[in-house]
Design a protein around this ligand. Structure first.
Ligand SMILES: Nc1ncnc2c1ncn2[C@@H]1O[C@H](COP(=O)(O)OP(=O)(O)O)[C@@H](O)[C@H]1O
Ligand SMILES: [Mg+2]
Length: 288
């Protein structure tokens, strides 16, 4: 398996805060890798270091074999970045924003025009090409920022919390775009604090907590380690208890032998939220 990103003991401190600490992580070429964790876990900082926007305090990152600090120009040519907050100019049209980005990457005029038309078509924004960014819906703005970051044909795309603030329909549409980009050959690194997003999109996920990587595997393997089936019980109408089992049979026999004061019982598939809670005692949605 070809490794596209390799980090070694990557650390970034802001004063006393270790935003990321001793991160060892590999991202395979061709995968959708999900970086999951609550607010403040260190996800954006990791993207900023990987995309050369800020320097690590110690440790290293190589992307496509190049060091992000020493060979940042080569790295920049291979990657596209969509930040969480809109990085387009609101007072320009979609096409003008794409032009601007393509010029930054020194793409010649005729090639620029051809690629922009193709990309607009790809995300179904052709008829909005000459609209001001400010007049578009949230989902369209996000699709526009994604294609603007693709004009130099990067092999790898970083998406920081791509669906925050989008309604359910726009979110699904964006998931489809991510899948399509990936099946057309782009390696994707995305951060999210939505469990279902990581489960829906990512071949592998890394789970971050207070700057440290606490788990790394496919969603299925992470769930298997915990137990694929969860039993929730409510004791005395007060506290919910969670127990994890390898399969339905084991869960069912546990439930059949519960004492009579245990009232509400739910048997369900376990998920990445359960993995996170068991490792940290917190929910991904908690703000610490
Ligand atoms: N520029 C900065 N200056 C000081 N502290 C920062 C800065 N950027 C991030 N941090 C701190 O680093 C930690 C990780 O933040 P961040 O990477 O933004 O997390 P996430 O994206 O997972 O929400 C937080 O404690 C945050 O307050
Ligand atoms: Mg963030």
């Amino acid at each position: 398996m070809e490794e596209f990103i390799v980090t070694e003991k990557l650390t970034k401190s802001y004063g006393n805060v270790k935003a990321i600490q001793d991160l060892d992580l590999n991202v395979h070429a061709g995968e959708v890798f999900g970086f999951l964790g609550p607010n403040g876990a260190g996800k954006t900082t990791t993207i900023r270091v990987m995309t050369t926007l800020t320097k690590p305090t110690s440790g290293s990152v190589r992307i496509g074999g190049f060091d992000v600090v020493k060979e940042s120009d080569k790295v920049k040519r291979m990657i596209g970045v969509v930040q969480q907050h809109l990085s387009l100019d609101r007072d320009l049209t979609v096409r003008e924003n794409m032009e601007f980005h393509a010029r930054l990457h020194h793409i010649g005029s005729s090639e620029r025009k051809r690629r922009i038309e193709e990309l607009l078509e790809y995300v179904e924004l052709t008829e909005y090409a000459d609209s001001m960014v400010d007049t578009l819906s949230g989902g369209m703005k996000k699709r526009a920022s994604i294609v603007a970051s693709l004009t130099h044909q990067p092999k790898m795309l970083f998406l920081d919390e791509p669906t925050v603030g989008l309604d359910a329909q726009a979110r699904r549409r964006l998931w489809d775009l991510v899948r399509r980009l990936n099946s057309d050959g782009t390696t994707i690194f995305l951060t999210t604090h939505y469990i279902e997003e990581a489960e829906a999109l990512c071949q592998r996920v890394g789970i971050m907590h207070h700057g440290q990587l606490i788990a790394l595997d496919t969603p299925l393997e992470l769930r298997k380690k915990l137990g694929l089936i969860t039993v929730e019980t409510l004791v005395d109408n007060k506290q919910t208890h969670y127990q994890y089992f390898a399969d339905r049979d084991a869960a069912t026999s546990y439930v059949q032998n519960l004492p009579p004061d245990v009232k509400t019982i739910i048997i369900r598939d376990s998920n990445l939220e359960d993995v996170f809670v068991e490792q940290t005692g917190q929910k991904v949605g908690d703000n610490q």
